[in-house]
Design a binder for this molecule. Structure first.
Ligand SMILES: *Cc1c(COP(=O)(O)O)cnc(C)c1O
Length: 393
């Protein structure tokens, strides 16, 4: 192994994810820079309409990050002090933080041990008179068990929100991510399946939610700069407290150009995942996460789980060894309730979500992005095989 002074599998680091940018993306951005509108221009509704059509939703609201999308969704359903929102422990901190921004309390649900998605039964057991919503996270790009979650949400009169930051391009029982729940939140950060640099979107079939989120992203003001420009007026009304969460036209045209390639990119990542699955199946040291047969997995991440009982090393050592082979591994995620901010504020400690906490000790995300060539995937496989053999018990 390179960790012990050997030659690394790759001479240069392969990142775990990265954006794909082509000439059309570059032209779209340079064109808009020469146009009249850099923000609140015509590219915003154009991107929103195209994204709504792509995801099968009636409305799409563009914002400037996935975090802003989650915050806007929590605002649209009036989350406030005293409200509880169920979120999975196995997610990025932003999912739970969005609840806190509105004064609500995130309640952490444990994961299904096979998929690491939110466990619907465990989520239901956490519902109280204060619960207003569930945010389900399509962890790694696999859509959650939405039939089960919908039934629970309906039974208890809760809003069902998807943190779909990983899963654009995926589907559940033939229906695209973005039209599966009451509101779906997307991120366009460069590591995500499509990018605008920074950016986000919420899709919904609820016109009232969409209107509230449009106002919220613009300081709580009812009209935007271009509307007033077109009407030739100056008056505007701030109806509630909002933020500046607007996406720029520069970002939106990049998003439009990227969106055209999402389906093709999803297929490419699925093909890489298939190769990984086949290569890792014979290795006793690792096992991939379970994928439900009725989903089309968007594979933002490919998560390997170590079978520690078959290894002489822990996750830390595997991680270091793969990095030394120049494979850009990562860990998704540290269970949110174990972050210092959460333990200090809520006193929640290890043991609250045992499945997520145990999984955290075993998971490694290996490189997965649409721009990987076959040799990149072959290098990842070679490095995983090499390190597994070195650490075989
Ligand atoms: C990336 C991500 C976010 C936040 O998105 P940003 O665009 O970075 O603000 C939220 N939730 C999940 C699960 C994410 O992966």
């Amino acid at each position: 192994m390179a960790l012990e002074g050997g030659t690394p599998v790759r001479a240069k680091l392969l990142p775990y994810s990265r954006q794909s940018i082509d000439e059309q993306d570059v032209c779209a951005v340079t064109d808009v820079l020469r146009s009249d509108w850099l923000t609140t221009g015509p590219a915003i509704p154009a991107f929103e309409q195209a994204f709504a059509a792509f995801t099968g939703a009636q409305h799409a609201v563009a914002v400037n990050s996935g975090t802003a999308a989650l915050h806007a969704a929590m605002h649209a359903i009036s989350i406030t002090e005293g409200d509880e929102v169920i979120v999975p422990a196995m997610t990025f901190a932003a999912t739970a933080n969005a609840v806190l921004y509105c004064g609500g309390t995130p309640v952490f649900a444990d994961s299904d041990p096979e998929t690491l998605l939110i466990d619907p039964k465990k989520a239901e057991s956490l519902i109280t008179a204060k619960t207003k919503a569930i945010i389900a996270v399509d962890y790694g790009g696999q859509p959650c068990e939405y039939d089960a979650l919908r039934a629970i949400a309906d039974r208890h009169h809760l809003v069902l929100v998807a943190d779909a930051c990983h899963s654009v391009g995926g589907s559940y029982k033939g229906r695209p991510v973005g039209s599966l729940v009451d509101m779906s939140c997307f991120s366009f950060h460069p590591v995500k399946p499509m990018t605008t640099g920074e950016g986000g979107m919420i899709t919904t079939d609820n016109a009232e939610f969409a209107n509230r989120m449009r106002r919220f992203r613009n300081h709580g003001i009812t009209s935007d700069h271009r509307q007033r420009h077109e009407e030739g007026g100056w008056f505007y009304a701030m109806e509630e407290l909002g933020y500046n969460y607007r996406l720029t036209d520069i970002h939106a045209v990049l998003g439009m150009a990227q969106m055209k390639r999402v389906s093709e990119w999803t297929k490419r990542r699925q093909a890489i995942a298939k190769r990984y699955d086949a290569a890792f199946a014979p290795l006793p040291q690792v096992r991939p996460l379970k994928v439900h047969p009725d989903v089309s997995h968007a594979y933002h991440l490919y998560v390997l789980r170590l079978r520690l009982e078959a290894c002489t090393a822990d996750r830390e050592k595997f991680f270091k060894a793969l990095r030394m082979e120049n494979i850009g591994v990562n860990v998704h995620y540290i269970p949110v309730h174990t972050h210092p901010y959460y333990t200090k504020r809520f006193g929640v400690r290890a043991g609250l979500c045992p499945v997520a906490e145990a999984a955290y000790e075993q998971i490694i995300s290996i490189p997965m992005f649409s721009g990987m060539v076959d040799q990149d995937a072959a290098d990842v496989i070679e490095a995983v095989e090499k390190v597994c053999q070195a650490y075989a018990r």
